[in-house]
Design a protein around this ligand. Sequence first.
Ligand SMILES: *[C@@H]1O[C@H](CO)[C@@H](O)[C@H](O)[C@H]1NC(C)=O
Ligand SMILES: *[C@@H]1O[C@H](CO)[C@@H](O)[C@H](O)[C@H]1NC(C)=O
Ligand SMILES: *[C@@H]1O[C@H](CO)[C@@H](O)[C@H](O)[C@H]1NC(C)=O
Length: 190
Amino acid sequence: MKQTTMLSASLGLALAGLVNAAEFIDVVGKGTVAVLNGTDIDKLTLADRIGCLNANGALTLDDCAVFTIYEPEEYDGLLRLMTTEAGNCTFQDETQPTNVDSIYGKGDHAWSCDGEHPQADIYDGVYTLNGLKMPFVCNGDINCFYDVKKAPKNKTDAIPVWQFRWGSQQRGITPGHLQVAWLWQPVKST
Ligand SMILES: *[C@@H]1O[C@H](CO)[C@@H](O)[C@H](O)[C@H]1NC(C)=O
Ligand SMILES: *[C@@H]1O[C@H](CO)[C@@H](O)[C@H](O)[C@H]1NC(C)=O
Ligand SMILES: *[C@@H]1O[C@H](CO)[C@@H](O)[C@H](O)[C@H]1NC(C)=O
């Protein structure tokens, strides 16, 4: 089946960059997502927190939604996706703003959870890695960072969050943007 082949290829790609498969950690359950600003994953602390993700998947000052990381039945148990009360979360909703300032991320749509747009699939899979100081939520090919234009300043700000992309023409974060990580903060399920 096509989806299974694509998933295996994607997981294989993710694992190829690691010393061994044991470093790839499965997370499931409920939690909030704190957003920490910084470029060195080993040095991030809670003091770097600039906000958290809301139920629509945007960065806010303190509208922290509860996310569920779940195991969708249709993917042979290998994939973990995120959902909120607003819907399944995806980077593939074409109604969301694109990261126009980024050389490599121009075509990327912001993370969103609304249930009305494309079904989440392998490109939306999340995991964390053993060896990280804290349980950061990673996506794609060993990417534990995300891209935001700025930090929220007040309770009405809801800032789009994109995948972090770089390459030879843009070696770090999009100029003027912040490089951030998503810290998983588990909550007890009711
Ligand atoms: C984000 O982190 C960078 C350093 O990595 C720092 O220069 C910048 O001031 C920080 N911005 C905010 C809003 O915390
Ligand atoms: C969310 O995803 C699950 C599993 O992938 C699917 O069964 C469900 O229909 C989706 N819900 C919405 C609102 O799209
Ligand atoms: C919140 O801050 C943004 C800038 O980040 C500003 O455009 C907006 O007017 C502010 N809203 C309120 C209610 O202060």
